[in-house]
Design a protein around this ligand. Structure first.
Ligand SMILES: C[S@@+](CC[C@H](N)C(=O)[O-])C[C@H]1O[C@@H](n2cnc3c(N)ncnc32)[C@H](O)[C@@H]1O
Length: 224
């Protein structure tokens, strides 16, 4: 793919449509996402090119194992989110937030500091005929404006971010917010102060995960 074809920042929606296919994952067949899993690894190709352009890696182009586990759990347990106000933190494709909305959430704010991820979330919401809000601001450390439930799918892959997120979410959990974390055993996942709810075997992409299957767990973050 020629570098001139990317244009990710100029027209994110066109970039996403041109480089992904709309498909479901095995674990969450109810929702379709713009994904790159069946293409020539967009990840490797784009990582180099996008870095050159100063654009973050395309996390949004894959449904990560932690997010898939959260989505499956919410679709199977709609009572947890029906009528509730949710935050989907580090939303990526927005899968877990879309699952919450499909399960009956009153509102979902999907936040991701990557503006291309935000464009992908909007496209994915449209593809599933679901309405959610999207924000590219960095919400870490802010007060809870009224969320009943917070979702964090697969956000413990980098040490500085994992530390900031844990401290923030533990504070909000201490104020009474239900915080659900989906994680497939990432290096910086804080095992202490977590209650295991359930786990799933998630089919993954070898180019991204070095394995075909990952065990992802849904945890409840206990108050700090
Ligand atoms: C591994 S992806 C997980 C995406 C999705 N939750 C899933 O499970 O498929 C992590 C995401 O966190 C986002 N992220 C990193 N730092 C963030 C921050 N401070 N605020 C919001 N999102 C952030 C990244 O841009 C990326 O899309």
């Amino acid at each position: 793919m020629a570098a001139a074809d990317w244009g990710a920042r100029r027209d994110p929606a066109a970039f996403i449509r041109a480089n992904t296919t709309l498909e479901s994952t095995v674990l969450v067949p109810e929702l379709r996402l713009h994904q790159a899993s069946t293409l020539v690894p967009l990840w490797e190709a784009s990582e180099a090119e996008l870095e050159r352009q100063g654009v973050p890696p395309p996390y949004w182009a894959f449904a990560w194992a932690g997010g898939q586990a959260l989505a499956r759990y919410l679709l199977d347990n709609p009572g947890l989110v029906a009528g509730k106000r949710l935050l989907d933190f580090g939303a990526g494709s927005g899968l877990q937030g879309l699952a919450a909305k499909r399960a009956g959430a009153a509102s979902v704010l999907a936040v991701d500091i990557d503006p291309i991820a935000c464009a992908a979330i909007r496209l994915n919401a449209e593809a599933n005929a679901l309405a959610i809000q999207v924000s590219a601001e960095d919400w870490i450390g802010r007060d809870n404006p009224g969320w009943d439930v917070i979702l964090a799918g697969d956000v413990c892959y980098e040490k500085p971010m994992a530390g900031r997120v844990e401290a923030w979410l533990r504070r909000l959990a201490g104020e009474g917010t239900l915080v659900l974390v989906g994680d497939p055993g990432r290096t910086y996942f804080p095992r202490q102060g977590m209650e295991r709810i359930t786990g799933y075997a998630v089919k993954t992409t070898r180019e991204i995960e070095d394995t075909d299957l990952r065990n992802a767990v849904v945890w409840r973050l206990l108050p700090g």
